[in-house]
Design a protein around this ligand. Structure first.
Ligand code: ZN
Length: 123
């Protein structure tokens, strides 16, 4: 975790309403009927964020550097069939994210924020 990273002002101010970020299908790393882990992009400035499901429709948002996301997707697109390597790359990407700053509850389609609050462990 990179403690010095922070969400862009738009994502840091996430509030109920239309989601201020986009989730590209190709950037959803894990899917289980809904996104579990994804790279979100700020709809205003394009900054990246690490979106991870906590439980149910509740997610945490953490800053992610665009170059770290780009490197990850470049490596993945090379199509390694080495499962251990793919897992290591994903763990490296997760480790490159900033602290979890916001907790957001999304609707089923991931298009709307139902609730947002500062992230607190165990909340
Ligand atoms: Zn932004």
């Amino acid at each position: 975790m990179r403690a010095e990273l922070a969400l862009c002002p738009h994502l840091a101010a996430v509030a109920p309403g239309a989601a201020p970020f986009t989730l590209a299908p190709a950037e959803i790393l894990e899917w289980d009927g809904a996104p579990v882990v994804a790279v979100a992009r700020c709809a205003v400035c394009g900054a990246c964020a690490w979106l991870e499901r906590i439980e149910g429709p509740s997610f945490s948002l953490a800053a992610l550097r665009a170059e770290d996301a780009a490197l990850y997707f470049r490596n993945v697109s090379r199509g390694s069939c080495d499962v251990a390597r793919a897992r290591a790359e994903r763990e490296a990407l997760a480790a490159s994210a900033g602290p979890r700053e916001r907790r957001v509850v999304l609707d089923a389609g991931g298009q709307r924020v139902v609730a947002a609050s500062p992230f607190a462990p165990g909340s």
